[in-house]
Design a protein around this ligand. Structure first.
Ligand code: PEP
Ligand code: MN
Length: 333
């Protein structure tokens, strides 16, 4: 249930109302937007008398939220969420460009790529240390050592880093990581989501291969319910009957998610199509559709990449793409 307060409600009146609602055994989430202040009531609101609250002098209106996701819901928080990642921002018009290799392979590789993507305009470095490969015989990532190398690249370039967590037991290795990624395969690992809800790190949450938009939002809700509200939603392509591309980019997920939720939404064109030459058009489509950022795989030697070489851009292709993304952004503003 959400309670929209009148503009002239004082902080004292608001405080009294919050106290009273809490005394009924509910939690209150306060959201002060540009145009209105909203109280989100969390818990079992079935017994709450809507008319009683609506009758209070400081209350504009009361609405029951029928969707199961509350904290991620735009009705709860009218303005777009915006938060800092290092010295960068994401959300509410701030577009974040994330780039880097699928996997960290060596110090030279990650530092070289980090330097090139930074020069091209990337604001965050990606790189997998723990890799969820389909085959157990494929490269599984450099694990803890991979995170150490990402930190070296961060030190060298100043770029914040994002890397994927696959298991709760690895959480302590992520102490200096700026953003923790939950990959598509772990989108519904509820215990992992709950644990990340207790951390103070932004989470990049990827949509599961066969998950609906609402399931993605429910997974975000798991993290938010624990108190961590800095979540970036990522559409990375879903499984369909189509086999021409690795997955099918659901571009409509951008406006749909942005209508349903206040959280920033980014696109991963690389995993969506699996083929480097399609990454450019999908990225430009993402920018045109109003995404808040992109996460693109870039490798200095895609032919030799230990993972996802066929979908990785070369640094010069990425640099060219960033220029075009900026033009698309200017065109739609
Ligand atoms: C990745 O970003 O490296 C990755 C494995 O992506 P996804 O979880 O979307 O498959
Ligand atoms: Mn990859």
């Amino acid at each position: 249930m959400i309670v929209v307060l009148k503009k002239d409600a004082t902080i004292e009146q608001r405080g009294d109302l919050i106290e009273w609602i809490k005394s009924l055994g509910l939690d209150v989430h306060l959201s002060e937007g540009k145009f209105q202040t909203v109280l989100g009531l969390i818990g079992d609101t079935a017994g709450i008398d809507t008319e009683l609250i609506e009758g209070l002098s400081i209350v504009e209106k009361v609405t029951r939220i029928t969707e199961q996701f509350k904290k991620a819901n735009r009705k709860f928080h009218d303005d777009d969420s915006v938060f800092d990642i290092g010295s960068e921002k994401i959300g509410d018009g701030n577009f974040l460009i994330i780039a880097g290799p699928c996997s960290v392979e060596s110090e030279e590789q990650i530092c070289d790529i980090a330097g090139s993507v930074k020069k091209a305009g990337a604001q965050m470095l990606r790189g997998g240390a723990f890799k969820p490969r389909t085959s157990p015989y494929d490269f599984q990532g450099m694990r803890g050592e991979g995170i150490e190398l990402l930190l070296k690249a961060k030190k060298l370039t100043g770029l914040p880093i994002v890397t994927e967590i696959m298991d709760l037991s690895h959480l302590e290795l992520f102490g200096e990581v700026d953003v923790i990624q939950v990959g598509a395969r772990n989108m519904q690992n509820m215990e992992l989501l709950k644990a990340l809800g207790k951390t103070d790190k932004p989470v990049l949450l990827k949509r599961g291969l066969s998950s609906t938009v609402r399931e993605l939002l429910m997974s975000a809700e798991y993290i938010m319910a624990g108190g961590n509200e800095r979540i970036i939603l990522c559409e990375r392509g879903i499984r369909t009957f189509e086999t021409a591309t690795r997955n099918t980019l659901d571009i409509a997920a951008v406006p749909v998610l942005k209508e349903l939720s206040h959280l920033p939404v980014i696109i991963d064109p690389s995993h969506a199509c699996g083929i480097a030459r399609y990454v450019r058009p999908l990225t430009l489509a993402a920018a045109a559709a109003g995404a808040d950022g992109i996460i693109v795989e870039v490798h200095n030697n895609p032919e030799r990449a230990l993972c996802d070489g066929p979908q990785s851009l070369k640094p010069e292709q990425f640099a060219d793409l960033v220029k075009s993304v900026k033009k698309v952004r200017e065109a739609i503003l």
